[in-house]
Design a protein around this ligand. Structure first.
Ligand code: BES
Ligand code: ZN
Ligand code: ZN
Length: 497
Protein backbone atom coordinates (compact mmCIF):
# COMPACT_ATOMS: atom_id res chain seq x y z
CA UNK A 1 0.00 0.00 0.00
CA UNK A 2 1.35 3.40 -0.93
CA UNK A 3 1.82 6.20 1.56
CA UNK A 4 -0.86 8.84 1.33
CA UNK A 5 -0.90 12.44 2.53
CA UNK A 6 -2.87 15.60 1.90
CA UNK A 7 -1.05 18.85 1.64
CA UNK A 8 -1.45 22.52 0.84
CA UNK A 9 1.86 23.09 -0.91
CA UNK A 10 1.98 25.45 -3.87
CA UNK A 11 2.14 24.03 -7.38
CA UNK A 12 5.66 25.35 -7.81
CA UNK A 13 6.81 23.56 -4.66
CA UNK A 14 5.64 20.14 -5.66
CA UNK A 15 8.49 17.71 -5.82
CA UNK A 16 6.85 14.59 -7.25
CA UNK A 17 7.38 12.49 -10.35
CA UNK A 18 3.91 13.27 -11.68
CA UNK A 19 1.24 15.85 -10.98
CA UNK A 20 -2.26 14.80 -12.05
CA UNK A 21 -4.39 17.76 -13.11
CA UNK A 22 -8.07 17.23 -13.91
CA UNK A 23 -9.13 19.58 -16.73
CA UNK A 24 -12.60 20.67 -17.81
CA UNK A 25 -14.18 21.09 -21.20
CA UNK A 26 -13.98 24.70 -22.33
CA UNK A 27 -11.09 25.50 -20.03
CA UNK A 28 -8.10 27.32 -21.55
CA UNK A 29 -4.46 27.30 -20.45
CA UNK A 30 -4.65 31.04 -19.91
CA UNK A 31 -6.45 31.04 -16.59
CA UNK A 32 -6.36 29.47 -13.13
CA UNK A 33 -3.92 26.72 -12.21
CA UNK A 34 -3.41 25.80 -15.87
CA UNK A 35 -1.96 29.26 -16.55
CA UNK A 36 0.26 28.87 -13.53
CA UNK A 37 1.47 25.47 -14.72
CA UNK A 38 1.93 26.85 -18.22
CA UNK A 39 4.22 29.55 -16.91
CA UNK A 40 6.17 27.07 -14.82
CA UNK A 41 6.71 24.80 -17.81
CA UNK A 42 7.61 27.49 -20.34
CA UNK A 43 4.41 27.01 -22.32
CA UNK A 44 4.18 23.20 -22.26
CA UNK A 45 0.53 23.24 -21.25
CA UNK A 46 -0.56 25.69 -23.92
CA UNK A 47 1.32 23.77 -26.59
CA UNK A 48 -0.56 20.62 -25.54
CA UNK A 49 -3.80 22.57 -25.92
CA UNK A 50 -2.68 24.05 -29.24
CA UNK A 51 -1.98 20.58 -30.59
CA UNK A 52 -5.65 19.76 -30.02
CA UNK A 53 -4.75 16.53 -28.21
CA UNK A 54 -6.43 17.69 -25.04
CA UNK A 55 -9.65 19.69 -24.77
CA UNK A 56 -10.92 18.49 -21.42
CA UNK A 57 -13.29 15.90 -22.85
CA UNK A 58 -14.15 13.14 -20.46
CA UNK A 59 -11.36 10.55 -20.11
CA UNK A 60 -9.11 12.24 -22.65
CA UNK A 61 -5.56 12.57 -21.28
CA UNK A 62 -2.07 13.62 -22.14
CA UNK A 63 1.21 13.13 -20.33
CA UNK A 64 3.68 16.02 -20.55
CA UNK A 65 7.39 15.87 -19.78
CA UNK A 66 8.55 18.97 -18.03
CA UNK A 67 12.07 20.20 -18.54
CA UNK A 68 11.98 23.24 -16.27
CA UNK A 69 13.55 23.31 -12.82
CA UNK A 70 10.39 23.71 -10.71
CA UNK A 71 7.38 21.60 -9.83
CA UNK A 72 6.49 18.04 -10.80
CA UNK A 73 8.67 16.33 -13.37
CA UNK A 74 5.70 15.18 -15.43
CA UNK A 75 2.15 16.46 -15.82
CA UNK A 76 -0.85 14.26 -16.48
CA UNK A 77 -3.68 16.42 -17.80
CA UNK A 78 -6.84 14.38 -17.39
CA UNK A 79 -10.12 15.42 -19.03
CA UNK A 80 -13.22 15.27 -16.88
CA UNK A 81 -15.78 16.82 -19.23
CA UNK A 82 -18.42 19.09 -17.74
CA UNK A 83 -17.52 21.41 -14.91
CA UNK A 84 -19.71 19.60 -12.39
CA UNK A 85 -18.18 16.16 -13.02
CA UNK A 86 -16.30 16.28 -9.75
CA UNK A 87 -18.62 14.30 -7.53
CA UNK A 88 -17.43 11.51 -5.27
CA UNK A 89 -17.68 8.81 -7.91
CA UNK A 90 -16.03 10.97 -10.58
CA UNK A 91 -13.03 11.65 -8.37
CA UNK A 92 -12.78 8.01 -7.44
CA UNK A 93 -12.83 6.96 -11.09
CA UNK A 94 -10.32 9.62 -12.18
CA UNK A 95 -7.90 8.80 -9.37
CA UNK A 96 -8.09 5.07 -10.17
CA UNK A 97 -7.55 5.70 -13.87
CA UNK A 98 -4.62 8.04 -13.28
CA UNK A 99 -2.93 5.53 -11.01
CA UNK A 100 -3.39 2.77 -13.59
CA UNK A 101 -2.03 4.99 -16.37
CA UNK A 102 1.02 5.79 -14.27
CA UNK A 103 1.53 2.36 -12.74
CA UNK A 104 3.76 0.98 -15.47
CA UNK A 105 5.28 4.33 -16.41
CA UNK A 106 7.89 4.32 -13.70
CA UNK A 107 6.33 6.91 -11.42
CA UNK A 108 7.27 6.67 -7.75
CA UNK A 109 5.47 9.65 -6.35
CA UNK A 110 2.23 11.14 -7.60
CA UNK A 111 0.43 14.33 -6.64
CA UNK A 112 -3.26 14.80 -7.39
CA UNK A 113 -4.62 18.32 -7.73
CA UNK A 114 -8.18 18.76 -6.48
CA UNK A 115 -9.82 21.44 -8.63
CA UNK A 116 -12.91 21.84 -6.47
CA UNK A 117 -12.66 22.27 -2.73
CA UNK A 118 -10.36 19.78 -1.05
CA UNK A 119 -12.43 18.40 1.82
CA UNK A 120 -12.92 15.12 3.65
CA UNK A 121 -15.14 13.66 0.95
CA UNK A 122 -12.91 14.52 -1.98
CA UNK A 123 -9.85 13.27 -0.12
CA UNK A 124 -11.65 10.01 0.64
CA UNK A 125 -12.78 9.58 -2.96
CA UNK A 126 -9.27 10.07 -4.35
CA UNK A 127 -7.62 7.80 -1.82
CA UNK A 128 -10.26 5.12 -2.34
CA UNK A 129 -10.05 5.30 -6.14
CA UNK A 130 -6.26 5.37 -6.21
CA UNK A 131 -5.89 2.42 -3.86
CA UNK A 132 -8.48 0.34 -5.74
CA UNK A 133 -6.76 1.19 -9.02
CA UNK A 134 -3.35 0.26 -7.73
CA UNK A 135 -4.06 -3.43 -7.16
CA UNK A 136 -2.05 -5.57 -9.55
CA UNK A 137 -3.54 -8.36 -11.62
CA UNK A 138 -0.78 -10.82 -12.34
CA UNK A 139 0.02 -11.94 -8.81
CA UNK A 140 0.69 -15.54 -9.83
CA UNK A 141 3.08 -14.79 -12.68
CA UNK A 142 6.68 -15.68 -11.85
CA UNK A 143 7.82 -12.74 -13.94
CA UNK A 144 5.59 -9.70 -13.52
CA UNK A 145 4.52 -7.89 -16.67
CA UNK A 146 3.51 -4.68 -15.02
CA UNK A 147 4.90 -3.50 -11.74
CA UNK A 148 3.67 -0.35 -10.10
CA UNK A 149 6.42 1.70 -8.54
CA UNK A 150 4.07 4.21 -6.93
CA UNK A 151 5.06 4.65 -3.32
CA UNK A 152 3.52 7.97 -2.42
CA UNK A 153 0.31 9.83 -3.24
CA UNK A 154 -0.10 13.46 -2.22
CA UNK A 155 -3.42 15.24 -2.54
CA UNK A 156 -3.17 18.94 -3.19
CA UNK A 157 -5.81 21.66 -3.13
CA UNK A 158 -7.47 24.60 -1.46
CA UNK A 159 -8.72 23.52 1.92
CA UNK A 160 -9.43 24.57 5.45
CA UNK A 161 -7.91 21.31 6.59
CA UNK A 162 -11.09 20.15 8.24
CA UNK A 163 -11.91 16.44 8.07
CA UNK A 164 -9.17 15.75 5.56
CA UNK A 165 -7.29 13.36 7.81
CA UNK A 166 -10.50 11.52 8.46
CA UNK A 167 -11.31 11.39 4.74
CA UNK A 168 -7.89 9.96 3.97
CA UNK A 169 -8.32 7.38 6.72
CA UNK A 170 -11.84 6.39 5.61
CA UNK A 171 -10.70 6.06 1.99
CA UNK A 172 -7.74 3.88 2.83
CA UNK A 173 -9.65 1.70 5.29
CA UNK A 174 -12.40 1.11 2.72
CA UNK A 175 -10.01 0.45 -0.16
CA UNK A 176 -7.69 -1.81 1.85
CA UNK A 177 -10.62 -3.97 2.91
CA UNK A 178 -11.99 -4.07 -0.63
CA UNK A 179 -8.59 -5.07 -2.02
CA UNK A 180 -8.31 -7.72 0.70
CA UNK A 181 -11.66 -9.18 -0.40
CA UNK A 182 -10.54 -9.03 -4.05
CA UNK A 183 -7.34 -10.88 -3.23
CA UNK A 184 -9.30 -13.62 -1.47
CA UNK A 185 -11.75 -14.01 -4.36
CA UNK A 186 -9.05 -14.01 -7.04
CA UNK A 187 -7.20 -16.84 -5.36
CA UNK A 188 -7.73 -20.18 -7.11
CA UNK A 189 -9.80 -22.97 -5.62
CA UNK A 190 -6.84 -25.28 -5.00
CA UNK A 191 -5.41 -22.91 -2.40
CA UNK A 192 -8.53 -20.98 -1.38
CA UNK A 193 -10.29 -23.97 0.19
CA UNK A 194 -13.05 -23.65 2.81
CA UNK A 195 -10.42 -24.29 5.49
CA UNK A 196 -8.15 -21.58 4.05
CA UNK A 197 -11.00 -19.06 3.76
CA UNK A 198 -11.87 -19.67 7.40
CA UNK A 199 -8.20 -19.30 8.36
CA UNK A 200 -7.83 -16.00 6.51
CA UNK A 201 -11.02 -14.70 8.14
CA UNK A 202 -9.75 -15.65 11.61
CA UNK A 203 -6.31 -14.20 10.91
CA UNK A 204 -7.95 -10.89 10.01
CA UNK A 205 -10.12 -11.10 13.12
CA UNK A 206 -7.13 -11.70 15.37
CA UNK A 207 -5.22 -8.83 13.76
CA UNK A 208 -8.10 -6.37 14.01
CA UNK A 209 -9.44 -7.35 17.41
CA UNK A 210 -12.56 -9.28 16.45
CA UNK A 211 -13.70 -12.41 18.17
CA UNK A 212 -13.55 -15.29 15.72
CA UNK A 213 -14.43 -18.96 15.68
CA UNK A 214 -14.90 -21.63 13.07
CA UNK A 215 -17.21 -24.62 13.19
CA UNK A 216 -15.96 -27.87 11.65
CA UNK A 217 -18.06 -30.63 10.15
CA UNK A 218 -18.31 -32.54 13.44
CA UNK A 219 -19.94 -29.55 15.12
CA UNK A 220 -22.17 -28.98 12.11
CA UNK A 221 -23.40 -32.57 12.37
CA UNK A 222 -24.12 -32.17 16.07
CA UNK A 223 -26.02 -28.95 15.42
CA UNK A 224 -27.94 -30.45 12.50
CA UNK A 225 -26.72 -28.31 9.61
CA UNK A 226 -27.97 -30.79 7.03
CA UNK A 227 -28.21 -28.25 4.21
CA UNK A 228 -24.61 -27.04 4.48
CA UNK A 229 -23.33 -30.60 4.94
CA UNK A 230 -25.28 -31.79 1.89
CA UNK A 231 -23.28 -29.38 -0.27
CA UNK A 232 -19.89 -30.40 1.13
CA UNK A 233 -20.55 -34.17 0.93
CA UNK A 234 -19.16 -34.45 -2.59
CA UNK A 235 -15.86 -32.85 -1.67
CA UNK A 236 -12.82 -34.12 0.20
CA UNK A 237 -12.37 -30.63 1.62
CA UNK A 238 -14.40 -30.23 4.81
CA UNK A 239 -16.92 -27.39 5.06
CA UNK A 240 -16.33 -24.57 7.54
CA UNK A 241 -18.55 -21.94 9.07
CA UNK A 242 -16.79 -18.93 10.50
CA UNK A 243 -18.27 -16.28 12.75
CA UNK A 244 -16.51 -12.94 13.24
CA UNK A 245 -17.99 -10.90 16.09
CA UNK A 246 -17.65 -7.19 16.60
CA UNK A 247 -18.72 -5.76 19.95
CA UNK A 248 -18.63 -1.96 20.31
CA UNK A 249 -16.17 -0.60 22.89
CA UNK A 250 -17.67 -0.46 26.39
CA UNK A 251 -17.64 3.35 26.55
CA UNK A 252 -19.95 3.81 23.57
CA UNK A 253 -23.51 3.15 24.59
CA UNK A 254 -25.54 1.06 22.21
CA UNK A 255 -29.13 0.01 22.16
CA UNK A 256 -28.92 -1.36 18.66
CA UNK A 257 -30.00 -4.77 17.56
CA UNK A 258 -27.35 -7.24 16.45
CA UNK A 259 -26.77 -7.10 12.69
CA UNK A 260 -25.61 -10.23 10.87
CA UNK A 261 -23.75 -10.00 7.57
CA UNK A 262 -23.81 -13.43 5.95
CA UNK A 263 -21.69 -14.27 2.90
CA UNK A 264 -21.74 -17.26 0.55
CA UNK A 265 -18.36 -18.94 0.64
CA UNK A 266 -18.38 -21.58 -2.11
CA UNK A 267 -14.66 -21.81 -2.86
CA UNK A 268 -15.38 -23.69 -6.08
CA UNK A 269 -18.72 -24.37 -7.70
CA UNK A 270 -18.62 -27.13 -10.31
CA UNK A 271 -22.38 -27.51 -9.99
CA UNK A 272 -21.98 -30.91 -8.28
CA UNK A 273 -23.93 -33.79 -9.86
CA UNK A 274 -25.94 -31.17 -11.79
CA UNK A 275 -22.57 -30.30 -13.29
CA UNK A 276 -21.91 -27.05 -15.11
CA UNK A 277 -20.64 -26.81 -18.70
CA UNK A 278 -16.82 -26.58 -18.97
CA UNK A 279 -16.88 -23.14 -20.62
CA UNK A 280 -15.89 -20.52 -18.04
CA UNK A 281 -16.21 -23.00 -15.17
CA UNK A 282 -12.79 -21.82 -13.93
CA UNK A 283 -14.42 -18.54 -12.95
CA UNK A 284 -16.45 -20.35 -10.31
CA UNK A 285 -13.51 -19.85 -7.91
CA UNK A 286 -15.10 -16.47 -7.19
CA UNK A 287 -18.24 -18.11 -5.83
CA UNK A 288 -16.95 -17.14 -2.38
CA UNK A 289 -17.11 -13.44 -3.34
CA UNK A 290 -19.96 -12.87 -0.89
CA UNK A 291 -17.99 -14.46 1.95
CA UNK A 292 -14.94 -12.37 1.01
CA UNK A 293 -17.09 -9.22 1.02
CA UNK A 294 -18.30 -10.00 4.53
CA UNK A 295 -14.72 -10.55 5.71
CA UNK A 296 -13.74 -7.21 4.15
CA UNK A 297 -16.72 -5.37 5.63
CA UNK A 298 -15.90 -6.80 9.09
CA UNK A 299 -12.34 -5.47 8.72
CA UNK A 300 -13.72 -1.97 8.09
CA UNK A 301 -16.07 -2.29 11.05
CA UNK A 302 -13.27 -3.51 13.30
CA UNK A 303 -11.17 -0.48 12.37
CA UNK A 304 -13.84 2.23 12.46
CA UNK A 305 -15.65 0.90 15.54
CA UNK A 306 -19.30 1.91 15.09
CA UNK A 307 -21.50 1.74 18.23
CA UNK A 308 -23.48 -1.21 16.83
CA UNK A 309 -22.81 -4.91 17.37
CA UNK A 310 -22.24 -6.85 14.14
CA UNK A 311 -21.43 -10.45 13.31
CA UNK A 312 -20.06 -11.72 10.03
CA UNK A 313 -21.04 -15.29 9.19
CA UNK A 314 -19.22 -17.12 6.41
CA UNK A 315 -20.40 -20.64 5.53
CA UNK A 316 -17.84 -22.20 3.19
CA UNK A 317 -17.75 -25.34 1.09
CA UNK A 318 -16.75 -26.74 -2.27
CA UNK A 319 -19.48 -28.00 -4.57
CA UNK A 320 -18.18 -31.10 -6.36
CA UNK A 321 -19.58 -34.31 -7.81
CA UNK A 322 -18.44 -37.65 -6.37
CA UNK A 323 -19.76 -41.01 -5.28
CA UNK A 324 -20.80 -39.43 -2.01
CA UNK A 325 -22.22 -36.22 -3.41
CA UNK A 326 -25.76 -35.02 -2.81
CA UNK A 327 -27.99 -36.03 -5.75
CA UNK A 328 -30.93 -34.39 -7.47
CA UNK A 329 -34.03 -35.60 -5.64
CA UNK A 330 -32.32 -36.04 -2.28
CA UNK A 331 -34.15 -34.59 0.70
CA UNK A 332 -32.09 -33.01 3.51
CA UNK A 333 -33.03 -31.56 6.89
CA UNK A 334 -31.76 -28.04 7.48
CA UNK A 335 -30.70 -26.57 10.82
CA UNK A 336 -34.07 -24.80 11.01
CA UNK A 337 -35.83 -28.18 10.92
CA UNK A 338 -37.29 -27.47 7.50
CA UNK A 339 -36.76 -30.22 4.95
CA UNK A 340 -35.39 -29.35 1.52
CA UNK A 341 -35.76 -31.29 -1.72
CA UNK A 342 -32.49 -30.76 -3.60
CA UNK A 343 -33.76 -30.71 -7.18
CA UNK A 344 -30.62 -29.16 -8.63
CA UNK A 345 -27.26 -29.53 -6.88
CA UNK A 346 -26.01 -26.39 -8.64
CA UNK A 347 -28.36 -24.29 -6.52
CA UNK A 348 -25.99 -24.89 -3.58
CA UNK A 349 -25.46 -21.34 -2.38
CA UNK A 350 -28.96 -21.02 -0.98
CA UNK A 351 -28.47 -24.34 0.87
CA UNK A 352 -25.40 -23.19 2.76
CA UNK A 353 -26.95 -19.76 3.35
CA UNK A 354 -30.12 -21.31 4.76
CA UNK A 355 -28.18 -22.95 7.59
CA UNK A 356 -26.00 -19.86 8.07
CA UNK A 357 -29.12 -17.68 8.42
CA UNK A 358 -30.63 -20.01 11.02
CA UNK A 359 -27.32 -20.11 12.86
CA UNK A 360 -27.02 -16.30 12.84
CA UNK A 361 -30.51 -16.02 14.31
CA UNK A 362 -29.55 -18.51 17.03
CA UNK A 363 -26.62 -16.21 17.86
CA UNK A 364 -29.05 -13.36 18.46
CA UNK A 365 -29.05 -11.57 15.10
CA UNK A 366 -32.10 -9.35 14.67
CA UNK A 367 -31.25 -7.75 11.32
CA UNK A 368 -29.95 -9.92 8.52
CA UNK A 369 -28.15 -9.08 5.31
CA UNK A 370 -26.83 -11.86 3.12
CA UNK A 371 -24.58 -11.40 0.12
CA UNK A 372 -23.96 -14.06 -2.49
CA UNK A 373 -22.97 -14.82 -6.06
CA UNK A 374 -26.25 -16.66 -6.17
CA UNK A 375 -27.76 -16.85 -9.65
CA UNK A 376 -26.89 -16.71 -13.32
CA UNK A 377 -30.36 -15.17 -13.72
CA UNK A 378 -29.12 -12.08 -11.87
CA UNK A 379 -26.21 -11.77 -14.31
CA UNK A 380 -28.67 -11.96 -17.22
CA UNK A 381 -30.98 -9.36 -15.66
CA UNK A 382 -28.47 -6.74 -14.43
CA UNK A 383 -25.06 -7.65 -15.86
CA UNK A 384 -21.99 -6.34 -14.06
CA UNK A 385 -23.47 -2.88 -13.42
CA UNK A 386 -25.86 -3.42 -10.54
CA UNK A 387 -26.44 -6.14 -7.97
CA UNK A 388 -29.97 -7.29 -7.15
CA UNK A 389 -31.53 -6.74 -3.76
CA UNK A 390 -34.63 -8.43 -2.42
CA UNK A 391 -35.84 -8.33 1.14
CA UNK A 392 -38.58 -8.62 3.68
CA UNK A 393 -38.23 -5.08 4.98
CA UNK A 394 -38.53 -1.98 2.81
CA UNK A 395 -36.63 0.18 5.27
CA UNK A 396 -33.64 -2.15 5.34
CA UNK A 397 -33.67 -2.43 1.54
CA UNK A 398 -33.73 1.38 1.24
CA UNK A 399 -30.80 1.72 3.64
CA UNK A 400 -28.76 -0.74 1.57
CA UNK A 401 -29.61 1.00 -1.70
CA UNK A 402 -28.54 4.33 -0.22
CA UNK A 403 -25.31 2.89 1.19
CA UNK A 404 -24.52 1.50 -2.25
CA UNK A 405 -25.21 4.76 -4.08
CA UNK A 406 -22.73 6.50 -1.76
CA UNK A 407 -19.84 4.32 -2.86
CA UNK A 408 -20.81 3.38 -6.41
CA UNK A 409 -21.89 -0.16 -5.52
CA UNK A 410 -25.32 0.19 -7.02
CA UNK A 411 -28.32 -2.05 -6.31
CA UNK A 412 -31.62 -2.69 -8.02
CA UNK A 413 -34.65 -3.75 -6.03
CA UNK A 414 -36.48 -6.83 -7.33
CA UNK A 415 -39.94 -7.83 -6.09
CA UNK A 416 -40.63 -10.69 -3.72
CA UNK A 417 -44.40 -11.21 -3.87
CA UNK A 418 -45.76 -14.31 -2.19
CA UNK A 419 -46.60 -15.80 -5.59
CA UNK A 420 -42.88 -16.36 -6.16
CA UNK A 421 -42.72 -18.60 -3.11
CA UNK A 422 -45.23 -20.94 -4.73
CA UNK A 423 -42.63 -21.72 -7.39
CA UNK A 424 -40.39 -23.42 -4.83
CA UNK A 425 -43.05 -25.58 -3.16
CA UNK A 426 -42.04 -29.21 -3.11
CA UNK A 427 -44.41 -32.19 -3.33
CA UNK A 428 -42.47 -34.21 -0.81
CA UNK A 429 -40.55 -31.72 1.37
CA UNK A 430 -41.16 -28.30 2.95
CA UNK A 431 -39.41 -26.51 0.13
CA UNK A 432 -37.35 -27.31 -2.98
CA UNK A 433 -34.14 -25.54 -3.88
CA UNK A 434 -35.09 -24.39 -7.39
CA UNK A 435 -38.15 -23.13 -9.20
CA UNK A 436 -38.71 -23.46 -12.92
CA UNK A 437 -36.69 -21.29 -15.28
CA UNK A 438 -38.67 -18.13 -14.57
CA UNK A 439 -37.60 -15.37 -12.17
CA UNK A 440 -34.47 -17.24 -11.08
CA UNK A 441 -32.92 -14.43 -9.04
CA UNK A 442 -36.21 -13.89 -7.21
CA UNK A 443 -37.04 -17.52 -6.45
CA UNK A 444 -33.55 -17.83 -4.95
CA UNK A 445 -34.51 -14.94 -2.67
CA UNK A 446 -37.88 -16.53 -1.94
CA UNK A 447 -36.05 -19.69 -0.85
CA UNK A 448 -33.86 -17.75 1.59
CA UNK A 449 -36.84 -15.80 2.88
CA UNK A 450 -38.44 -19.02 4.07
CA UNK A 451 -35.56 -19.36 6.56
CA UNK A 452 -35.62 -15.87 8.09
CA UNK A 453 -39.06 -15.90 9.65
CA UNK A 454 -40.33 -12.45 10.53
CA UNK A 455 -36.97 -10.69 11.01
CA UNK A 456 -35.92 -7.77 8.80
CA UNK A 457 -33.74 -9.35 6.12
CA UNK A 458 -32.29 -8.42 2.76
CA UNK A 459 -30.39 -10.43 0.20
CA UNK A 460 -27.83 -9.08 -2.27
CA UNK A 461 -27.18 -11.13 -5.40
CA UNK A 462 -23.72 -10.09 -6.57
CA UNK A 463 -23.25 -12.82 -9.22
CA UNK A 464 -22.76 -10.16 -11.92
CA UNK A 465 -20.96 -7.45 -9.99
CA UNK A 466 -18.43 -9.54 -8.05
CA UNK A 467 -16.30 -10.17 -11.14
CA UNK A 468 -15.03 -8.04 -14.01
CA UNK A 469 -14.51 -9.95 -17.24
CA UNK A 470 -12.40 -7.10 -18.65
CA UNK A 471 -10.35 -4.47 -16.88
CA UNK A 472 -11.84 -1.01 -16.48
CA UNK A 473 -9.58 2.02 -16.90
CA UNK A 474 -9.83 2.50 -13.12
CA UNK A 475 -9.85 -1.12 -11.96
CA UNK A 476 -8.18 -4.40 -12.83
CA UNK A 477 -10.25 -7.28 -14.09
CA UNK A 478 -11.17 -10.17 -11.81
CA UNK A 479 -12.74 -9.90 -8.38
CA UNK A 480 -14.20 -6.49 -7.50
CA UNK A 481 -14.81 -6.82 -3.77
CA UNK A 482 -18.37 -5.66 -4.42
CA UNK A 483 -20.29 -5.43 -1.16
CA UNK A 484 -17.45 -4.50 1.19
CA UNK A 485 -17.97 -0.75 1.03
CA UNK A 486 -21.72 -1.08 0.66
CA UNK A 487 -22.14 -3.18 3.81
CA UNK A 488 -19.62 -1.13 5.76
CA UNK A 489 -21.40 2.10 4.75
CA UNK A 490 -24.72 0.58 5.71
CA UNK A 491 -23.50 -0.17 9.24
CA UNK A 492 -21.71 3.20 9.60
CA UNK A 493 -24.77 5.10 8.37
CA UNK A 494 -26.85 3.42 11.04
CA UNK A 495 -24.34 4.49 13.63
CA UNK A 496 -24.72 8.11 12.53
CA UNK A 497 -28.50 8.14 12.60
N1 BES B 1 -22.66 -19.79 -8.33
C1 BES B 1 -23.77 -19.95 -9.19
C2 BES B 1 -24.33 -18.63 -9.71
C3 BES B 1 -23.43 -17.84 -10.61
C4 BES B 1 -23.56 -17.93 -11.98
C5 BES B 1 -22.53 -16.95 -10.09
C6 BES B 1 -22.75 -17.16 -12.79
C7 BES B 1 -21.73 -16.19 -10.90
C8 BES B 1 -21.85 -16.29 -12.25
C9 BES B 1 -24.90 -20.65 -8.45
O1 BES B 1 -24.53 -21.55 -7.48
C10 BES B 1 -25.67 -21.42 -9.47
O2 BES B 1 -25.11 -22.27 -10.08
N2 BES B 1 -26.94 -21.09 -9.64
C11 BES B 1 -27.76 -21.72 -10.60
C12 BES B 1 -29.13 -21.89 -10.01
C13 BES B 1 -30.06 -22.71 -10.83
C14 BES B 1 -29.62 -24.15 -10.81
C15 BES B 1 -31.45 -22.58 -10.28
C16 BES B 1 -27.84 -20.85 -11.84
O3 BES B 1 -27.98 -19.64 -11.71
O4 BES B 1 -27.76 -21.38 -12.93
ZN1 ZN C 1 -24.13 -23.48 -8.28
ZN1 ZN D 1 -22.66 -21.15 -6.61
Amino acid sequence: MMKIAASRVRLSEIDEDVLVVPVFKGETPHEGPLAQLDAMTSGLVSSAYNSGEIEGKRDQWVLLYQTGPRGARRLLLYGIGELDNTGYLDLQRIAGTAIRILADRNARSVAFLVRDKLDGDSARAIVEGAALGSMEEDVFKSVKEQTSHIERLTIIGESDGIDIERGVKMGSVMAEATNFARTLANEPGNTMTPTELALRAREMGAREGLEAKTLGEEQMKELGMGALLAVSRGSNEPATLTVLSYTPPADVATSSELIALIGKGITFDSGGISIKPALNMEEMKYDMGGGAAVIGAMQVIARLKPPIPVIGVIPASENLPSGRAVKPGDVVRSLSGKTIEVVNTDAEGRLILADAITYAISLGARQLVDVATLTGACVIALGEVRAAVVGSDQHLVDELIEAGEQCGERLWHLPLDSEYSKLIRSDIADVKNVGDRSAGAITAGAFLKSFVGSLPWAHLDIAGTAWLEHSKPYMAKGATGFGVRLMANFVLNRANR
